[in-house]
Design a protein around this ligand. Structure first.
Ligand code: BES
Ligand code: MN
Ligand code: MN
Length: 457
């Protein structure tokens, strides 16, 4: 392992420059206009896997963006690690809020700033470099398969059928994913729970055309006003979601686990300061950490309609729209929640508007085990490189493939993330710490070593 450390030292600059090259590719999966770039990112990843030493790498087409697959099989009797990551990124909008252009990476104060720096290019690429280190130093102790997808940020809609059709190819003992965060650089943690998601769009229609707001205003329902009423009725005074049945399947977390969660270091004042808010807000009866991990939520992600151009236009719009997401917890089913929302939203629509509900995507929540060989190996690897035992913790984001892989491939995941919540993923000025990038590359080979040793017993 010492040789790996000196290999890392000797190649640090190249490792960073390669990541910068990847970050320059605007692989935004949500926006068609970037389609050639998304495909270019797939090519880049494939080539880098080849350079790092896989036996074979291929671009596997799907109905959407391709999956990059690569493998190094040293002995079929040895365990196999399936590395999952994504090469697509979120849209960079609003561009004007970035201090430097999102696809022109800048290294400043120990961080690399770019869209995708942390989510997930920086974290995914650590795996490619850790693999290279093990290959070039002849220390790879088991088989590795890479499955790097290009549609994570748009719901991984084609990955289920890809996994179904490639069960043999993806056969493995554990899925290893770096696409989550830790508590702090000196407080390592491992994610053991993710929330599920139901995402949809609504359309509320009033009159058949935009009207003069003076001539008609006051006599005809304004769909934006109505949509706002409808949305505000979706929470009660305790900030609980009012959709009937919404909480029916929610798995309550035991008192013991809640007490354990409360021990994780968390400072509400720092949290508020970081976000520049005077007061937090959430479901009555739960702490902030609980609200963002073990409780389901409903949020409007975007709302529009009418005139939003420069100056003023006196208009009573014909239509109003909103994008709405619900974060789900274990045992809630994404499809069922979609149906409950749709039925409820149609039911509360007053007679003077028409409403449409259009489902987007969804995914189930996940809880990963802490008593598995893979979890123990990950914890031991972090102990080795951080000098501290990582804290297991649940988080609020979603990675729908975790449950999907469990169902389709029968394999559990380890969420071995090295990012920080302050990395501003999905926001302007996304960053990834160089400390985190190199620490990840340093830590991953220990995971392979311990996982192989502990599996052999
Ligand atoms: N990497 C994130 C998920 C994440 C971030 C989990 C931080 C835990 C901590 C992932 O790329 C993501 O953004 N997922 C989406 C869901 C997807 C279906 C669009 C999300 O959580 O909004
Ligand atoms: Mn991600
Ligand atoms: Mn993301």
């Amino acid at each position: 392992m010492e040789q790996l450390q000196s290999y890392l030292e000797a190649n640090k600059e190249r490792f960073l420059n390669e990541l910068i090259e990847l970050l320059r590719i605007p692989s935004v999966s949500a926006d068609e206009k970037f389609a050639p770039d998304v495909n270019r990112a797939a090519e880049f990843v494939k080539q880098q896997l080849i350079n790092a030493g896989v036996d074979k790498a291929e671009i596997c087409p799907t109905k959407g963006y391709p999956v990059v697959y690569g493998e190094k099989i040293i002995d079929t009797k040895l365990p196999t690690v399936l590395v999952y990551g994504h090469y697509d990124v979120q849209p960079a909008d609003p561009y004007e809020l970035w201090n430097s252009p999102p696809f022109e990476p800048v290294v400043k104060d120990g961080n690399i700033y770019a869209r995708g720096a942390c989510d997930d290019k920086g974290q995914m690429y650590m795996h490619v470099k850790a693999f290279e280190m093990m290959m070039k130093n002849n220390t790879l102790p088991c088989n590795v398969k890479f499955m790097i997808e290009g549609e994570e940020e748009v719901g991984s809609v084609n990955l289920g059928s890809f996994a179904e059709a490639n069960k043999e190819k993806l056969k493995s003992d554990v899925v290893l994913i770096s696409d989550t965060s830790m508590i702090a650089n000196d407080v390592p943690s491992i994610t053991i729970g993710l929330r599920g998601l139901t995402y949809l769009e609504v359309e509320v229609t009033g009159p058949n055309r935009d009207l003069h707001s003076g001539v008609y205003g006051g006599a005809v329902a304004n769909p934006i006003n109505i949509l706002c009423d409808m949305i505000s009725s979706l929470h009660d005074k305790d900030r609980r979601v009012t959709i009937p049945g919404f909480y029916d399947d929610v798995q309550e977390v035991s008192k013991t686990e809640r007490e354990q969660m409360a021990r994780a270091p968390f400072d509400l004042n720092d949290y508020k300061k970081h976000l520049d808010i005077n007061q937090e807000l959430g479901e009555k009866g739960y702490s902030t950490l609980e609200r963002v991990s073990i409780r389901p939520t409903l949020d409007v992600n975007g709302i529009w309609g009418g005139y939003v151009g420069q100056g003023a236009k006196t208009v009573l719009p014909s239509k109003a729209f909103a994008k709405i997401s619900m974060r789900l917890v274990p045992n809630q089913k994404s499809d069922k929640i979609m149906k409950l929302f749709e039925d409820h939203f149609k039911k509360i629509a007053p007679p003077y508007v028409k409403v449409k509900v259009m489902p987007h995507h969804g995914g189930e929540a996940a809880v990963t085990p802490t008593d598995s060989v893979a979890y123990k190996a990950a914890a031991k690897a972090m102990e080795k490189t951080f000098g501290k035992t990582p804290i297991p913790m649940r988080t609020g984001g979603s990675i729908p493939i975790v449950t999907m892989f469990e169902q389709v491939l029968g394999v559990k995941s380890v969420l071995f993330g090295f990012g920080l919540d302050s990395d501003a993923i999905h926001s302007p000025n996304e960053k990834y710490g160089l400390f985190n990038y190199y620490k990840g590359i340093e830590t991953l080979p220990y995971f392979y070593q311990y996982f192989s040793e502990m599996s052999a017993k």
